[in-house]
Design a protein around this ligand. Structure first.
Ligand SMILES: Nc1nc2c(c(=O)[nH]1)N=C([C@H](O)[C@H](O)COP(=O)(O)OP(=O)(O)OP(=O)(O)O)CN2
Ligand SMILES: [Zn+2]
Length: 146
């Protein structure tokens, strides 16, 4: 696992946790203007998820680190992102598996998982590195689903 410093996110909560994870996946950006990215290719994606909240659960966790890995790694590792039709669609540019939209999708999946917990923490940032030279930071806005 690459160890690196991530950008910090401002939030009002007492606790913050960060989980690093990675997954290998193939994708293509289904637009001719995307050039070489419109052809199927693969990446090892590096992800940092930031979760914050004021309350801990019965185990003394904001959320179990392992649950974050399960939500993302177990879903996307060794898969073709474009084939996850619940998240990505070739006929809708707002559903292409670009770095930006994959980062947003990870935030949405994690928040859906957190919403099922009693202590209701928030996913406040997703850092997604697609290549050694390219990454995106996505920060959900409070009160907005996207
Ligand atoms: N804003 C975005 N731009 C690009 C995306 C994207 O998701 N969002 N994706 C790609 C390609 O899919 C590609 O995987 C990454 O592109 P790039 O960083 O250009 O990759 P290189 O390794 O060729 O970059 P170097 O600078 O030569 O290392 C393209 N753009
Ligand atoms: Zn790519």
């Amino acid at each position: 696992m690459i160890q690196q410093i991530y950008p910090s996110v401002a939030h009002p909560y007492r606790y913050e946790l960060n989980k690093d994870l990675q997954f290998a996946a193939a994708h293509y950006v289904p637009a001719d203007a995307a050039g070489k990215c419109s052809r199927m290719h693969g990446h090892t994606y590096f992800v940092n998820v930031t979760i914050a909240g004021d309350e801990l659960n019965a185990e003394g966790f904001l959320v179990n680190f392992a649950e974050i890995k399960q939500l993302i790694h177990d879903r996307f590792d060794h898969s073709v992102l474009n084939e996850h039709e619940a998240y990505f669609q070739d006929d809708d540019p707002d559903r292409y598996p670009t770095t930006e939209i994959v980062a947003r999708t990870i935030a949405e999946i994690v928040q859906d998982g957190l919403d099922r917990s009693d202590n209701k923490p928030r996913c406040v940032q997703v850092f997604l590195r697609e290549t050694p030279t390219s990454y995106v930071v996505y920060r959900p806005q409070a009160g907005r689903t996207r």
